[in-house]
Ligand binder design. Structure first.
Ligand code: SAM
Length: 272
C-alpha cells in the first residue's frame, strides 16, 4: 500500500510571497487540500496557478469529516490541510483532523511558514524565551475580565489575538487587570500595507488606539510583558483583589481576605 502523508501547510498572513517554495510544491502534488474557507483558499491557489481539489474543513464539520479524510489517507492519497491564513491549528481548525490521522498511524508532516503569533513576537522586543499564547479572549466582557484577572500574576510574556471589533475594549480591560504601566506591544496588519508595531505601556497603547480610528482597523496581536517577578506579581494581584474587596468591606477585613486569597503580605495591602 502507498504510504500517504497529511501535510499541515502554513499559508501567508498577508504578503503572498511568504508562501514557501516547499508549500507550493506540496500543494501542487497532494490529492486534495482541506481548507477552512474554500473560496478564500481557492483565490490563493489561483494566484499560484494551483488547481488541486478543495475539501471544506471547518469548525462545524471537522469532527464528522476527519474519518472520511483519514480513509482517503489510508487508501494512499496524500492530503494537505490549510487555514484561511497562517498556521493551521493555531486559533484555527485542524486539531481534530490531525488527532484522528495520528491515531490511525498516518504520517503527519508540517510545512512551516507564517504565524501571526511568532511574527509578532519576533518584532516586539519583549522577553521571548518563555511566553504564553492566550489566543482570543472571550467576547463577553465579564468572561474576558475574569480570564485577564486570572493572568494578573503571569510572569511570562502573554500573547493575545484580537480583532478590530474589540481591540479598545480588550486593551481597557488589560489596563485594569495588569495595571496602566505594564509594558506592551501592539502588532497590527503584519506583512500588509498598513503594518504597524506600537510599543509602550498599556495605558499609552490604549490612548493611541482610542485617538486614531486607523489604529483600530485590521488584525492585531497584543503582547503584554509578564509581571516583573513572582513576588511583585503576587503583590500586584493582592492589591487589585484588595481594591475590589474594599469597595464592599471594611479595609481591614478586605486586606485580611485579599492576603489570604493571594498570598500577598497583609501589611503591604492595607491602605494600598
Ligand atoms: N492561524 C493563524 C496564525 O497562524 O496566526 C491565526 C488565525 S486567527 C483566526 C486570526 C487572528 O490572527 C487575527 O484575528 C489576528 O489576531 C491574528 N492575525 C492574523 N494575521 C495577522 C496579521 N497579518 N497581523 C496581525 N495579526 C494577525
Amino acid at each position: 500500500m502507498t504510504v500517504a502523508t497529511l501535510y499541515v501547510v502554513a499559508t501567508p498572513i498577508g504578503n503572498l510571497s511568504d508562501l514557501s517554495p516547499r508549500a507550493l510544491e506540496v500543494l501542487r502534488t497532494v490529492a486534495a487540500i482541506c481548507a477552512e474557507d474554500t473560496r478564500r483558499t481557492g483565490q490563493l491557489l489561483a494566484h499560484f496557478g494551483i488547481q488541486q481539489p478543495l475539501v471544506a474543513l471547518h469548525e462545524h464539520n471537522e469532527e464528522a469529516l476527519a474519518q472520511r479524510i483519514v480513509a482517503r489517507l489510508q487508501a494512499g492519497e496524500s492530503m494537505a490541510v490549510v487555514s484561511d491564513a497562517g498556521t493551521p491549528l493555531v486559533s484555527d481548525p485542524g486539531f481534530r483532523l490531525v488527532r484522528a490521522a495520528r491515531a490511525a498511524g498516518i504520517k503527519v508532516s508540517p510545512v512551516p511558514g507564517a504565524c501571526a503569533l511568532i511574527a509578532a513576537l519576533s518584532v516586539a522586543g519583549l522577553p521571548s524565551d518563555r511566553f504564553t499564547f492566550e489566543g482570543f479572549l472571550p467576547a463577553k466582557a465579564s468572561a474576558r475580565r475574569e480570564r485577564l484577572q486570572a493572568l494578573a500574576a503571569e510572569v511570562r510574556t502573554m500573547v493575545f489575538y484580537e480583532s478590530s471589533h474589540r481591540i479598545d475594549e480588550s486593551l481597557a480591560d488589560m489596563v485594569q487587570a495588569f495595571g496602566a504601566e505594564r509594558p506592551a506591544v501592539l502588532a497590527r496588519e503584519l506583512t500588509k500595507l498598513f503594518e504597524t508595531v506600537l510599543d509602550g505601556d498599556l495605558a499609552g497603547l490604549l490612548a493611541k488606539v482610542q485617538a486614531d480610528e486607523n489604529q483600530r482597523k485590521g488584525e492585531f496581536v497584543v503582547m503584554v510583558q509578564g509581571a516583573a517577578d513572582d513576588e511583585q506579581a503576587q503583590l500586584a494581584y493582592g492589591r487589585r483583589v484588595y481594591a475590589r474587596l474594599s469597595e464592599h468591606l471594611p479595609p481591614s477585613t478586605a486586606a485580611k481576605l485579599a492576603a489570604e486569597l493571594t498570598g500577598a503580605p497583609r501589611k503591604a495591602l492595607y491602605g494600598a
